[in-house]
Each structure stands twice: as C-alpha cells, then as structure tokens.
Design a binder for this molecule. Structure first.
Ligand code: LLP
Length: 421
C-alpha cells in the first residue's frame, strides 16, 4: 500500500523506494551527514518567497523575513539574495544578519522585555527599533532623543494556531495598547522621536485571509492620526497547511484585500506608504524536514512505539502545541500501514512526534521524514539530556551542502568554566 500521507509540496518524491528531497536521496544524505538531520530544499524557499511577493501587487512593498523561524546563516543569505529585509528580535539576530550581509537599513528590531544595554546595542548598530512598551520608549528617549522610531501596537485583535502563539488582545504581553497610545505620542514629542512606522503582529499560523484583513482595519484607523509615517508593517503569521485537512491560505484573497485596503488608506492619508509583511513560517516551514532513524520498535498492549534517534529537543512543536507534522517512512514506499506512536530518545513520556499516526510500518533502521519542520524546528532546539543538535543540510537540485555542522558533546561541555570546588 502507498504512503497514506501525500507529498503535497515541491519536488519531493520516491525513486527506487527511497524518498528524495530536492533531488537527493535521504539514505545518501544520512550516510553522508549522519542522523538525525535537518534538510532544507532551496527551491521551496525561493518558491515560497516568489509566490508571496507576486501575491501582493501594492507597491512599495517589502518582505521582511522573520529570522526567528530559522536562523541558519546560509538561509539568511538566500533571502538576502532574493531581496528580503529582516525582522530581528535580539542582539544575536542582529549579529547573524550582519554576518549574512544585511545592513542596518535592512533590519527592524522588534524585541520584548528589552534591557537598556540591548537598546544601546541596537542603537549603536543604527537599526530602527519597533517599540513594544511605554517603558522601553521612555528609557530609550531619555538616552537617545531625536531619532526615528516605529511603534508595535496591540489593538485587541489576536489569532493563531494555538493560545501560546496569539500575540494580540488583552492576554498578550506584546505591543502598545490603544489606551497607552497618548502616552507613547507624548513621549515621542518630549524626546523628539519621529514615529515613522506602525506595526502589529496578531499571531502565528493563520490560514484565513479574512482574519488578517479584518486586523488591518483598526491599524489603518489609528494610522490616520500619525502624520510622519513612512511605512505600515502588518506582521507575519501566515500559516502553512500541516495536516491533510488544512486548507492553504488563499494568497490571492490576502493580496487583493491588502492592496485594496492600502490603496484606499493612502488616498485619504495623502501619501503612499510602504507596506511590509514579516513572515517566518510561510517562507521556510514547507522547505524543511527532520530526518531521523528508527532504532527501536516496541509493541505494548496499547501501542506500537517507533523509537528514533531524535526527540523534542530537536523539534518541540508537537509536545508544545500538539502540532501536526506529516511523517513519512522515507525508506519504505510500500508495505502494511500501521498506527504508530513516533517517539524520541529523551527521558520524558511526552517525547513524541505523534501520539498515533498511520504510516507504512516502520522497522528498525528505517528513516522517517518529519515534514514541514523548516520553521521553529532547529531554531527552538536545545541540548536536553546532553544530547547535541543535528547537522543542517541544504539541498539544491540534487546537490547537498552542509550548512551547520552537528553539535558535539565537546561543544556542550566547553561551556563549563574550570572550577575546582
Ligand atoms: N513578527 C513578529 C513580531 C513575530 O513575533 C513573529 C513570530 C513573526 C513576525 C513571524 O511569525 P510567522 O510568520 O512565523 O508565524 N514557535 C511557534 C511560532 C512562534 C512565532 C513567534 N513570533 C510555532 O512553532 O508555531
């Protein structure tokens, strides 16, 4: 029987019974680079970028890649070549962006609970800051008056695939609320800060274009009262279909709606402002998979567990959000389909990629591909149980490049200072 999950995206297919990603056999990739392994298909990232750029006909328009989704240096370089700007959230991401060849004018810093030291760092780098709170604005204005700034607003609209990723509304820590706007404007006047941008990000993993469009309306309403604006940033949050029943975001509906709203706003505003979108997941999510080898098959009275050499330390999305990721038996195109719980090698019962899924029955030694793992996979990984992180590989039309080496136990122990107690 064939795999019950379809290979919806891109050029991934079975050849001689082995899954090929971007033209490369996963068995060959594992032989060369080891298991577990993150694999990213360059063509998919470029395709996602182009399809989104074309969907929005409003100009000027800027795509700002939210590099928290995947901070691999080579991936940043790919987006720079495509003409992306960047959403950065920490000093570390600024350093990374510089290494990838971005300049200060390509970056917008959107931080949360930012310290004075961090503000000074971003200021020194000449990067525009998107202010998340009155406190941050006051502390910055005192030290760095006469600057251009952007405000992140929370206009009470939130959405997302899980409560952890809703970033607008009364329960969210993010943004300056409508109530606090007069204070924000007062501080801007006091310190001669010119508000050149307004920003909002309502949440993540949204598949309904209407939710975005409805959220933009209050932003445009507020924007009328700001006379110095150069741009409006409507955030990221564009979802991708993970489960077979997920319907992809209607990009035509999003693009047309966004264009219509911005055109009409700019007519009444009297000036054409730049529109910015800052997606992370949409650009990299479908491009990546985590390959992991099954080493233990265990049958209990209730379950068949396929135990792998990875774990939630490499991809935490299922335990954290109950997220669905397609799982394909990448080394067995045909065979009996069985319901299996795919688990990792960590000492936690919740260390599962799925609690139960029908896949071609995995045997020990098989390689599984956990799909749509390009966003918030490696970037949220950590070395729990002293288990190092996998290597990352970029595949491009049948060729493969190592783009981050596998972490070693020596890398982890190197963090301990030599203290004798
Ligand atoms: N802009 C801001 C200010 C953000 O906070 C985020 C994501 C983005 C843009 C990009 O959002 P995206 O287009 O990727 O949805 N770990 C979660 C997602 C957390 C998103 C955090 N902020 C997950 O795996 O679903």
């Amino acid at each position: 029987m064939n795999q019950p999950t379809s290979l919806s995206v891109n050029s991934w297919d079975f050849r001689s019974g082995v899954l090929h990603v971007g033209g490369c056999s996963v068995s060959d990739l594992i032989s060369e680079f080891g298991s577990p392994l993150y694999v990213y298909d360059r063509a998919v990232m470029e395709g996602q970028f182009e399809v989104l750029r074309k969907a929005i006909s409003y100009r000027p328009f800027r795509l700002r890649y939210a590099c928290k989704a995947n901070g691999n240096l080579t991936i940043l370089r790919i987006f720079r070549e495509l003409g992306a700007h960047l959403d950065v959230t920490s000093p570390g991401e600024i350093v990374l962006a510089e290494m990838a060849g971005f300049h200060a004018e390509h970056l917008l810093f959107t931080g949360s609970s930012v310290t004075d030291e961090e503000l000074a760092f971003v200021e020194r780098k000449g990067v525009l800051i998107n202010f998340d709170s009155i406190s941050q604005l006051r502390r910055y204005g005192r030290r760095f008056p006469h600057r251009d700034i952007c405000l992140r607003l929370n206009l009470d609209v939130g959405a997302g695939h899980h409560e952890h990723v809703i970033t607008g509304g009364p329960d969210s820590k993010f943004g300056i609320t409508a109530e606090d706007l007069p204070d924000a404007r007062q501080l801007a006047r006091q310190f001669d800060l010119r508000i050149v941008g307004l920003h909002q990000h309502i949440g993540s993993g949204i598949l309904d274009a209407q939710i975005f469009l409805r959220a933009v309306e209050p932003l445009l309403e507020v924007a009328r009262d700001f006379e110095d604006l150069l741009f409006l940033n409507v955030g990221g949050g564009l979802g991708i279909p993970y489960a077979p029943e997920d319907r992809p975001l209607d990009l035509a509906e999003l693009g047309e709606g966004m264009t219509r709203l911005c055109e009409s706003f700019c007519r009444s505003y009297g000036r054409r402002l730049r529109l910015e979108l800052e997606p992370g997941r949409f650009l990299v999510g479908p491009a990546g998979c985590l390959l992991t080898r099954v080493n233990t098959v265990k049958r209990t009275s209730k379950h068949v567990f396929a135990g792998t050499d990875s774990g939630f330390n490499h991809l935490i999305r299922h335990p954290l959000y109950r997220s669905y990721h397609r799982i394909i038996n990448a080394t067995r195109e045909d065979g009996p389909v069985r319901r299996v719980a795919v688990c990792g090698n960590l000492c936690e019962s919740g260390d599962l990629f799925t609690h139960g899924r029908e896949i071609i029955e995995p045997r020990e030694g098989d390689i599984l591909a956990i799909c749509d793992a390009g966003a918030y996979g490696y970037s949220m990984s950590f070395p729990y149980n002293m288990r190092p992180r996998p290597a990352e590989v970029l595949v491009d039309e049948g060729r493969a490049w190592l783009i981050r080496r596998r972490e070693r136990i020596e890398d982890l122990v190197a963090l301990f200072p030599p203290v004798a107690i």
